[in-house]
Design a protein around this ligand. Structure first.
Ligand code: HEC
Ligand code: HEC
Length: 409
């Protein structure tokens, strides 16, 4: 067991004690990166739940098979049969907006992954638990079900989604929660307990595995609807405006975007070096610097205290050649998720396109593109077309604890 695992194991010890089979540390090696395609995920044997299709407005096309695969995996990971898959997603929604999953009840998943902002937060850098100061941008959760690598630096495979959710709950820079207390709160808050029982059955006692599975299922249920770009990809040329159509041609051709942004969520799941400049705010703000150093220490990096910039995948692969490499993000709903990149360095899509046109930053693997102003605008129009209107997501009402609202009801 290396240093990172020891630390991680200590962090999730409470969860393991609660019988969490799904948090068994499964840290993939660098050579795994990119080797799992969305297609191989979709081939995980899964009953055709179709739960998401039934949640989506009738005008939308059914959810892709990847969503059912994620749901099936999450439910299998919980170690007990679900009563109804849609009810597991509904439980996940209740939990996602529930700030009492965090240590001091101050923040929920939705405080950072805000539904109205494409499940991101609109900030360059995530604020962190009680202003702990995160050193990365909050990623959007749109298209999550079709991704093969998770986190900006790709340190988790898609199969590790439950582990990522556990990390979000217990990490001191996100929610600083405790598994036992989370389970107890689900037991004590009548609204959550009822949602729990609808998902997992009247007699099933709350477990951290069931909480994590429901959160994973809800998190993966967004941005899977087919939009105008999907229809255009299927040959419906009128689905896009003239500019967006021109943008799509450039995206797939001269601009070379589709080399990396491919597949259902427009990502190849691989690590790339674009040379995105550092965000100086990370070193300016001591809380963010500490979060960065802690990240490197937890991952077992050599001399973590001497780190002065976010070196991306190198922190977990421990290979110098991975310095500055990040995983290709999904582009589903990208118009809603500004600012952009792992550190929120670019405020607008136009700035992102200009960056690509220049051939990226220092030590980038990209080449200058030589686009004119009209072509750059067309690419932006295409990226905007990847962002059809978001399905409205309202926060469920807050319910008091059973102790004050009438225990045992
Ligand atoms: C303090 C803000 C914050 C809170 C609260 C938070 N997250 Fe996150 N989340 C982040 C940041 C920042 C990352 C990216 C970390 C990285 O790349 O190193 C992330 C990454 C993720 C990812 C990986 C997404 C991807 O495509 O790679 C998932 C899934 C996720 N969070 C779900 C959740 C869930 C579920 C909760 C609630 C239990 C939650 N998050 C709470 C900030 C937050
Ligand atoms: C060599 C692979 C590669 C190519 C080619 C590529 N991208 Fe990216 N893209 C990435 C990676 C990796 C990131 C994340 C980089 C980071 O955060 O440091 C990214 C990030 C982005 C983002 C920000 C997404 C977000 O949520 O913050 C947008 C928008 C984007 N790319 C659009 C494009 C467009 C448009 C093109 C073509 C002009 C393109 N990409 C070409 C790999 C690539």
């Amino acid at each position: 067991m290396n240093g990172r695992r020891v630390l991680l194991a200590a962090m999730v010890a409470g969860l393991c004690a609660a019988g969490a089979g799904i948090v068994a540390a499964r840290h993939s090696t660098a050579s795994d990166a990119g080797s799992r395609s969305p297609a191989s995920l979709a081939s995980v044997p899964a009953p055709a739940f179709g739960a998401l299709a039934s949640l989506a407005p009738a005008s939308r096309v059914a959810a892709p098979p990847a969503v059912d695969a994620v749901l099936a995996r999450a439910i299998a990971g919980a170690g007990m049969p679900a009563v109804r898959t849609a009810a597991v997603v509904a439980l996940g929604r209740e939990l996602f907006f529930e700030s009492r999953l965090s240590g001091d009840g101050s923040r929920s998943c939705a405080s950072c992954h805000a539904p109205g902002k494409g499940f991101a937060d609109g900030e360059p850098l995530s604020r962190g638990y009680n202003h702990a100061g995160h050193f990365r941008n909050t990623p959007s959760l749109l298209g999550l079900a079709s991704k093969s690598r998770l986190m900006w630096d790709g340190r988790h495979a898609a199969e590790d989604l439950p582990e990522v959710v556990v990390d979000m709950i217990v990490s001191p820079v996100t929610m600083n929660g405790d598994a036992h207390i989370v389970v107890e709160r689900v037991r004590q808050i009548p609204r959550l307990l009822h949602a729990w029982q609808r998902a997992w059955g009247e007699r099933a006692a709350p477990t951290i595995d069931g909480v994590v599975a429901a959160l994973a299922a809800y998190s993966a249920s967004h941005g899977n609807e087919q939009g105008p770009v999907d229809r255009a990809r299927q040959g419906d040329v009128d689905a896009l405006s003239g500019a967006a159509r021109e943008g799509m041609r450039l995206f797939e051709g001269k601009a070379g975007c589709a080399r990396c942004h491919a597949g259902a969520a427009f990502t190849d799941g691989r690590l790339h070096r674009l040379g995105v400049p550092d965000n100086p705010e990370i070193l300016r703000d001591p809380e963010r610097t500490i979060s960065l150093l802690r990240h490197y220490a937890v991952l077992g990096a050599r001399e973590p205290m001497s780190v002065r910039s976010d070196t991306g995948a190198q922190a977990w692969t421990h290979r110098a050649s991975d310095r500055g490499r990040f995983a290709t993000p999904s582009l589903r709903g990208v118009a809603y998720t500004a600012p952009y990149m792992h550190n929120g360095t670019f405020a607008t899509l136009a700035q992102v396109v200009e960056f690509y046109d220049r051939g990226g930053g220092a030590a980038s693997e990209l080449q200058p593109l030589g686009l004119d102003a009209r072509e750059r605008d067309a690419l932006v129009a295409f990226l905007e077309a990847l962002s059809p209107p978001l399905a409205p997501q309202s926060a469920p009402p807050v319910d008091d604890y059973a102790t004050t609202a009438g225990a045992g009801r």
